[in-house]
Design a protein around this ligand. Structure first.
Ligand code: F6P
Length: 553
């Protein structure tokens, strides 16, 4: 049956109309147990969803929608290694990477548990030897700097984790290089010595243009410094599912780690892609990260739907996108160490669910993923919060805070957290005309000034937000947080009937870029391209060469 024709969908649309006009302020005023009713805690992670535009009935209907979509069945299929990624005929078993369950787990007849364990042991040994200085470079020196080359899922996860755990970082410095404008590489080349630098090349396909180009540039840097093929082997580590290409590039087989077909790039932090965390913070931190993610997996599998954190988070998103018509979602971590979280979630959510045909190839007639964006608080307060509070488009937002301060910065932390709590209250409650007038009267403003300023100083409120409060930013809680969002995305994909694990939408641009590269170098005709692209490339070529562009008639 078409999703929008289902009785639950229709009931949710009617319910949304019935809710129109209810203000969050009133929902709180008439129910003193709203926080208790709409918040849940799991091992130091508190999810407060009480400041959302929902009632118990909303949740009831959304849970029915989840059941109707067979969320429990799809969850079971994913965890048992079925080929839930239909277009690529692959399983999506990232949860197996963090599972301590001894039960045999088969993917296409292969028990994957032992290869997962072996890889963990190997990266642990490599990380330990780098950290304790016993791993030596070609000139006999220990490693002081690591350049991690990768993009998208081969970059964002370790980048997020290394920054989030920076207070535990006691190993070599880690530098991430993903873009190909040379800026990140230039910074590395000007600061590091080849003799003390280790390079990790991460690419599931090992064909990604950016990663290949950056890896070649770093290899050239080594060659220019006099390193030979054996030295390069010593200094390069690979993580890929394309063994052949990685070996051909010059990675030594003993330092080439797998990404399995059944692990999507944006779900790969839990594999050898997480090596920078092991090198920077030690293998113990990696184990804690994995254990945190596993705890969230268990919760996702076992908790009843109505008490299931990722499911609730996913359903709230569906409510806003499909029934309230809100197509934008903000992620605002009040922690500088979580500053990569919006970028990480952008890929996780938008690459997974940014689709307009369902898993059967049928165009959908409902909205799917919202535009996800964000910035740390309080930095964002001084940039886009004006629009969050008084703009015409309400933007549901996730606020993520950490209770434990950085040692020595307790007072700053208190000020940060006062802002954290104040913002969601302000968004929810707003400030009525009467309250605004009263405030200005208390400030002693003259009556005519008060009336003139009044419309500008009213806050409508009723702006939904979800708060995630972590007891501390430990590896374990970070693992829980990331897995929470992974399963949120999966939940939404099931409701929207999408395959969350392919990404065909990135292909066209890549192919066109490949075709345009010779034209940029002047070697091929532009006639096949549209007039705008022709004009832009010609201007680019002329500016690069100092020659005038062809005149258009
Ligand atoms: O952007 C497309 C994409 O394929 C992502 O899905 C992936 O995370 C990224 O490129 C990098 O791919 P690879 O690990 O194969 O280099």
């Amino acid at each position: 049956m078409a999703l929008k024709q289902s009785s639950t969908w229709v009931a949710l649309e009617q319910h949304r109309q019935a809710l129109a006009g209810r203000h969050l302020r009133d929902l709180f005023a008439c129910d003193s147990s709203r926080f208790q009713q709409f918040s849940l805690e799991l091992d130091g992670l508190l999810l407060d969803y009480s400041k959302n535009l929902i009632t118990a009935e909303t949740l009831q209907l959304l849970l029915e929608l989840a059941q109707q979509a067979d969320l429990e069945g799809w969850r079971e299929r994913m965890f048992s290694g079925e080929l839930v990624n239909g277009t690529e005929q692959r399983a999506a078993l990232h949860a197996a990477l963090r599972s301590s369950d001894q039960t045999r787990l088969l993917v296409a007849g292969e028990d994957v548990r032992s290869s997962v364990r072996d890889t963990l042991t190997q990266i642990g040994a490599l990380a330990d030897s780098i950290r304790n200085g016993s791993y030596r470079g070609y000139a006999g020196a220990p490693i002081s700097d690591v350049i991690h080359i990768g993009i998208g899922g081969s970059d964002l996860g370790p980048r997020l984790a290394v920054e989030a755990l920076s207070n535990r970082h006691d190993g070599p410095r880690i530098h991430f290089v993903s873009n190909i404008d040379g800026a990140e590489l230039a910074a590395c080349f000007s600061q590091f010595q080849v003799a003390t630098t280790l390079v990790i090349v991460v690419s599931k396909s090992f064909t990604t243009l950016e990663t290949r180009a950056n890896a070649e540039a770093v290899k050239q840097w080594f060659l220019d410094a006099g390193a030979d093929a054996a030295a390069i082997q010593r200094h390069f580590v690979g993580v890929s599912s394309n063994r052949e290409q990685a070996l051909a590039f010059g990675i030594a087989p003993e330092r080439l780690f797998p990404i399995w077909d059944w692990v999507g790039g944006r779900y790969s932090l839990w594999s050898a892609v997480g090596l920078p965390v092991a090198i920077g913070c030690g293998m113990q931190a990696c184990h804690e990260l994995l254990a945190g993610a596993e705890a969230m997996d268990e919760h996702f599998l076992q908790a009843p739907l109505a008490k299931n954190l990722p499911i609730l988070l996913g359903l709230l998103g569906v409510w806003y996108v499909n029934f309230m018509g809100l197509r934008s979602h903000a992620v605002i971590p009040y922690s500088e160490r979580l500053r990569q979280l919006p970028a990480y979630l952008q890929q996780l959510e938008m690459e997974s669910n940014g689709k307009s045909v369902d898993r059967y190839g049928t165009p959908v007639d409902y909205a799917t993923v919202p535009v996800l964006w964000g910035q740390t608080g309080t930095v964002g307060q001084h940039a886009f919060f004006q629009a969050l509070h008084q703009g015409t488009q309400p933007v549901p937002a996730d606020f993520i805070g950490v209770a434990e301060p950085l040692p020595g910065y307790e007072e700053l932390h208190e000020q940060l957290m006062a802002n954290f709590f104040a913002q969601t209250e302000a968004l929810m409650h707003g400030q009525t005309a009467a309250e605004t007038r009263e405030q200005m009267e208390a400030q002693g403003l003259p009556a005519d000034r008060i009336e003139a300023l009044l419309p500008f100083r009213i806050f409508p409120g009723n702006r939904p937000s979800t708060t995630i409060l972590l007891r501390e930013l430990s590896p374990r809680l970070l693992g829980m947080l990331i897995a929470l969002y992974e399963h949120k995305v999966f939940t939404q994909s099931v409701i929207w009937r999408l395959n969350a694990f392919d990404q065909w939408g990135v292909e066209l641009g890549k192919r066109l870029a490949d075709g345009l590269l010779p034209s940029l170098r002047g070697g091929s005709e532009l006639a096949a391209h549209d007039a705008s692209t022709q004009g832009l490339v010609e201007k680019y070529r002329s500016w690069r060469a100092g020659t005038p562009p062809r005149q258009h008639d």
